[in-house]
Design a protein around this ligand. Structure first.
Ligand SMILES: *[C@@H]1O[C@H](CO)[C@@H](O)[C@H](O)[C@H]1NC(C)=O
Ligand SMILES: *[C@@H]1O[C@H](CO)[C@@H](O)[C@H](O)[C@H]1NC(C)=O
Ligand SMILES: *[C@@H]1O[C@H](CO)[C@@H](O)[C@H](O)[C@H]1NC(C)=O
Ligand SMILES: *[C@@H]1O[C@H](CO)[C@@H](O)[C@H](O)[C@H]1NC(C)=O
Length: 413
């Protein structure tokens, strides 16, 4: 303990330095409410594809930092009902009919994506999702947790995992969904195999046909650069639990918190799933380093709302997965058994140009969320500061082209 007199002297000094280092938020910024979140549950998908939740033990929550997020009003579109949404989706899948949905415009509280601190906290909340229960990175692990872990947490369980954070009054809930691919590139975690199939179905141009040496994940390739669209969509509907697992998870969460405002966040593939859920349920989404999911949403026949501006992507230009440049037979993605070729994102994108501004080279190792936290979000972003902003502007991707050269259509075998 410092003597009282000394502390009294130090505190104003500290304040002085802090004032210098950090610019005061503008008056307008100060008006935005700040919400405090704590870890409430963990979620996992058991091998039988059932979603399970477990309460975060109090002892563990006590160690857990709480997260302060700035909130702001945003506009989103909600389908009139889930029944209407899935009916429209089924008609589109089965009969190629486009059904007009009466989307409801709503003003809701969402995370303030113009605030660097908020993006940083959200990134941290998705980061924890990578750590398995027995990983030493969970330094606050205790006996109680080990005894109580539920089904779905077995090391060989595949699928999605993540966390549920809540404000003390449960008014706002953040659902964080674990991404996958980064584990694969660094040696492969337990969920690698199942994830790889899903990734390749949804985020490659045509069944992950990279060249003739590859075993494709579906049989829709028709020679040359032709790909049978119907075949592709059927393969997705039959084989991919990717989307239905997400909707189950969301439904289970709203069953527990029927009146709460829900936000969804995720990294990598978890970010892509978050976005698809944001389209389905009209809730705010922040996705980090997600591969392009625009094509996936079309292939899954998700009815398109009038606007997807409530979905925000955050990524940087040296990440080949988010940029859709991890393709080609010699790419690190192909070497890892991945065909992540799509690059167009829904909603708005906040793009950090790490290639120009930090002279980074394009490298799969920059994809990880820890890199984003430590090397991009943690410090003020100089190019933005220079123009009086905290983060790069969130903008819709204009004229995005992907799967260039492929021809999709009706090409029966
Ligand atoms: C919860 O998820 C399961 C699948 O894991 C689903 O069968 C069930 O209907 C969901 N419950 C609710 C209330 O949505
Ligand atoms: C945000 O929206 C709510 C209702 O949707 C409204 O009561 C509140 O005044 C709005 N806040 C701001 C800052 O616009
Ligand atoms: C919030 O939800 C939890 C369940 O996760 C419940 O135990 C708690 O009582 C709720 N708190 C309030 C203030 O409603
Ligand atoms: C950052 O990159 C952008 C191009 O993306 C460029 O216009 C700007 O001048 C760069 N700023 C700095 C500080 O390097």
């Amino acid at each position: 303990m410092l003597p009282k007199a000394l502390t009294a002297l130090l505190i104003p000094l500290l304040d002085f330095f802090l004032d210098k280092a950090e610019q005061h938020p503008s008056y307008e910024e100060q008006l935005k409410p700040s919400l405090q979140f704590e870890l409430r549950h963990e979620h996992a998908v058991s091998p039988s594809a059932h979603v399970v939740f477990s309460d975060a033990p109090a002892a563990r929550t006590a160690f857990q930092a709480s997260y302060a997020l700035r909130a702001t009003n945003i506009t989103s579109y909600k389908p009139p009902s889930l029944g209407a949404f899935s009916n429209a989706r089924t008609r589109s899948m089965r009969d190629s009919q486009s059904v007009h949905l009466q989307w409801e415009e709503q003003e809701i509280l969402g995370p303030d994506v113009e605030s660097r601190e908020t993006l940083l906290e959200l990134a941290k909340m998705t980061n924890n999702a990578y750590v398995a229960r027995d990983d030493p990175a969970w330094y606050e692990l205790n006996e109680q947790w080990i005894k109580h872990y539920p089904v779905g947490w077995e090391p060989d369980a595949d699928g999605f995992r993540g966390y549920v954070f809540a404000t003390p009054d449960n008014s706002t809930i953040v659902l964080s969904i674990k991404g996958t691919s980064s584990a694969i590139f660094s040696g492969g975690g337990p969920t690698a195999k199942k994830d790889k199939l899903n990734d390749n179905l949804l985020f490659s141009c045509c069944c992950a046909r990279i060249d003739w040496t590859w075993t494709t994940v579906c049989g829709c390739y028709r020679g040359g650069w032709k790909c049978d669209q119907n075949c592709l969509e059927d393969a997705l509907i039959e084989d991919s639990l990717f989307y239905p697992i997400g909707t189950n998870l969301y439904n289970n969460l709203t069953y527990m918190y029927p009146t709460s405002n829900i936000w969804i966040i995720g990294h990598s593939l978890g970010g892509a799933l978050s976005s698809l859920l944001g389209v389905t349920f009209g809730v705010p989404v922040v996705a980090f380093e997600s591969p392009g999911e625009k094509t996936a949403s079309r292939r899954l026949h998700l009815p398109a709302p009038p606007s997807t501006q409530h979905i925000t992507h955050v990524y940087h230009t040296a990440d080949p997965i988010a940029m859709g440049t991890c393709n080609g037979i010699l790419s690190s993605c192909a070497l890892g058994g991945y065909a992540l070729e799509t690059r167009c994102h829904l909603g708005k994108s906040i793009v950090y140009d790490t290639v120009s501004n930090l002279s980074w080279s394009v490298d799969i190792r920059t994809h990880g969320i820890v890199n984003v936290i430590e090397n991009i979000l943690k410090e003020p972003w100089q190019p933005s500061l220079e123009v009086g902003r905290e983060v790069p502007p969130a903008e819709a991707e204009q004229e995005c082209v992907e799967c260039y050269g492929w021809e999709f259509g009706d090409f029966p075998p």
